[in-house]
Design a protein around this ligand. Sequence first.
Ligand SMILES: Nc1ncnc2c1ncn2[C@@H]1O[C@H](COP(=O)(O)OP(=O)(O)OP(=O)(O)O)[C@@H](O)[C@H]1O
Ligand SMILES: [Mg+2]
Length: 326
Amino acid sequence: MATADQVKALVKSHAEGDDERFYAVALQVAARAARSGHSGMAQELRDLVDSLRSRPTSRSAARRPTLVVQPRGELAGLLAVTYPETILADLVLDERLQARLYRVVLEQRQRDVLVTQGFAPERRLLLIGPPGTGKTITARALAGELRLPLFSIRLDSLITKMMGETAAKLRLIFDALAETRGVYLFDEVDALAGERAQGNDVGEIRRVLNSFLQFLEQDPSDSLIVAASNHPQLLDRALFRRFESVIEYPLPSPAVAQQVIRNRLASVPIGGIDWKTVRDASRSHSHAELTMAAEAAAKAAILTDDKVTTRGLVDALSDRLTDMDR
Ligand SMILES: Nc1ncnc2c1ncn2[C@@H]1O[C@H](COP(=O)(O)OP(=O)(O)OP(=O)(O)O)[C@@H](O)[C@H]1O
Ligand SMILES: [Mg+2]
């Protein structure tokens, strides 16, 4: 039957309104029951979880009010907090990336179980890939899934505004990270790459990078650290080593591209679209460009009281290409 830890985890996940974690622990109880010969009870429990899980609650669960935390004093200028409602299902991801991200969420939800068995959940992620492929929105979705606050740190502005003080400010951020569990997004982390600095800034950037590496290594918190960059070639090798996972964001495949456009057009009338033609016109567009092209085509259709057409989409996609892409 259930162990004391499992009962505690059930009560805790219920109190936190974390349904997924609750069901995951219930399934562990079922597995344990099956192993000790109570197969009837194990099956009943599994069926119960399946039937409850199939109810469409995931989005409403994500909307439940979260305890609101606001950074104060000096921190307020360094961190912006939001409470995202985005979930992973809002993103169109290839299978590999989707599996990767759901694993992060599962490990976080089940962290108590992992810790009692002597394992630590993944909590330092480095997301790399071209602009507009979903790195920043992934941080939002992880926060939304885990119902944690998202603290965004703008390293580039931090460094340019506060030269000489950045290492001290970083300490404040890492103190907050240990104090308030959340998803902490270090976006555009290549701002710390020495190659981008000029003249006198080189030494300062180097010092900041070294402090950042040290803080990362010593951070004992339960927070998730997500760093993102679209210039991975500029990043210091030592930085890569500080992250358990380096996750690559590719440009969308034709199938993913079609789905991104379809999702954005979900609320508007569309004509008989020739998707093959649209997919061909989508080549070399990022997810962000596809979204914007779909929005442009949708608005044009609404304002002419018409449906979205293949031509409208192809034109909007072509408008989004810069001369260099052509
Ligand atoms: N995988 C995706 N599925 C659906 N929409 C996406 C996806 N990726 C990006 N988008 C759309 O593009 C917008 C921009 O994406 P995001 O800001 O996450 O890109 P990024 O990878 O962080 O880019 P950058 O490197 O320029 O910061 C999102 O707000 C969303 O509308
Ligand atoms: Mg981004």
